[in-house]
Design a protein around this ligand. Structure first.
Ligand SMILES: [Zn+2]
Length: 119
């Protein structure tokens, strides 16, 4: 068990997801999506070299199903972290609506605290 809650979880070498992500099929699929979706879905920024191919369906049983490109979105690293922070993952699902609302309130409080800064 991980005793330090701040320590980043490292994927196990035997994790089927890790093994799948090393496959030629995944590598080719990811490359194909990258060419098609040139920009980060959330920010509109150009995709970075290390952009993530995010699964819309988090069911682990469907992790290796790459038959439908519409079920994947290319995201830069921070956007990928944020969506999993909001939504969760294949193991845990969060109340993303509540988290988004709290983030919105926090941004509004920051707008109020920094009236001189504009978009
Ligand atoms: Zn993801």
């Amino acid at each position: 068990m991980n005793k330090n809650p701040r320590k980043k979880k490292v994927a196990k070498e035997t994790d089927p997801k890790v093994l799948f992500r090393r496959s030629k099929a995944w590598s080719n699929f990811r490359l194909k999506l990258r060419k098609k979706q040139k920009y980060d879905y959330v920010t509109g920024s150009p995709l970075a070299k290390n952009a993530n191919c995010h699964h819309l369906c988090e069911d682990p049983r469907q992790y290796e199903d790459i038959s439908d490109e519409e079920r994947f979105v290319m995201l830069n690293s921070t956007s990928h972290t944020v969506i999993h922070y909001l939504w969760g993952d294949g193991k845990r699902r969060y109340n993303w609506k509540e988290r988004l609302q709290k983030l919105k309130e926090l941004c509004e409080m920051m707008d109020a605290a920094n009236p001189e800064l504009k978009d």
